[in-house]
Design a binder for this molecule. Structure first.
Ligand SMILES: Nc1nc2c(ncn2[C@@H]2O[C@H](COP(=O)(O)OP(=O)(O)OP(=O)(O)O)[C@@H](O)[C@H]2O)c(=O)[nH]1
Ligand SMILES: [Mg+2]
Length: 185
């Protein structure tokens, strides 16, 4: 079985904890009052099966629901450490969230050796508005970006997450002889 660390990153109040709880099957419905994540919460769960090379593969996921508060910036190297995938969450109709997301992307993508293929972005339009507050710089256009409203698009988020896992697992499968990726027996 593979072991995967996924970091959920992005501005405070963008919806990371709501989305993490749902993807980790901690909740079936959306909701709850806002409580700031202090530092990080790690959710552990088994992934859905994905089909790779005709085989059904599953994995154990550590989902790191990271705080978006800038006072926790000192922890960013810990969020980054040995992560296999990065999911960024922001609301493109909120200019402040776009500016903050750019700080995350600058740190996690520009300054590190992270491949854009291991990243995806949920544009969580909380206000149900279709307008764009500010566009992300062109250099990030290779990262897959999916527009959702976390409250309504539960199935879409799970499907997109499964696709994202498949692509990460597919690359791990190709390197499976490297024991680091496997859980100890
Ligand atoms: N209406 C609506 N509210 C949302 C949506 N996504 C998140 N929220 C609300 O926005 C608030 C913040 O959500 P969280 O998931 O706690 O935000 P976070 O990104 O984890 O924030 P930090 O822990 O501070 O980094 C909560 O009150 C959520 O209920 C959405 O799609 N629609
Ligand atoms: Mg949170």
């Amino acid at each position: 079985m593979f072991r995967i660390k996924i970091a959920i990153l992005g501005p405070s109040r963008s919806g990371k904890t709501c989305i993490s709880n749902f993807l980790a099957n901690e909740v079936e419905q959306f909701g709850g009052e806002y409580r700031q994540t202090k530092g990080v919460r790690v959710l552990e769960f088994e992934s859905p099966y994905v089909n790779i090379d005709g085989k059904n593969i599953n994995s154990e996921i550590e989902m790191w629901d990271c705080s978006g508060g800038m006072k926790f910036k000192q922890f960013w190297p810990v969020f980054l450490y040995k992560a296999d995938g990065y999911i960024f969450v922001y609301d493109s109709s909120n200019v402040n969230e776009v500016k903050e997301l750019e700080l995350f992307l600058e740190y996690f993508i520009d300054k590190q050796d992270i491949e854009w293929i291991n990243c995806m972005i949920f544009d969580n339009k909380k206000g149900k508005t279709k307008k764009n507050g500010r566009k992300l710089p062109e250099k990030y256009s290779q990262i897959k970006q999916v527009t959702v409203n976390a409250e309504d698009d539960l199935k879409k988020m799970k499907d997109q997450f499964k696709d994202f896992l498949s692509s990460i697992l597919g690359r791990m499968w190709d390197m499976k002889d490297q024991d680091d990726y496997m859980l100890p027996k």
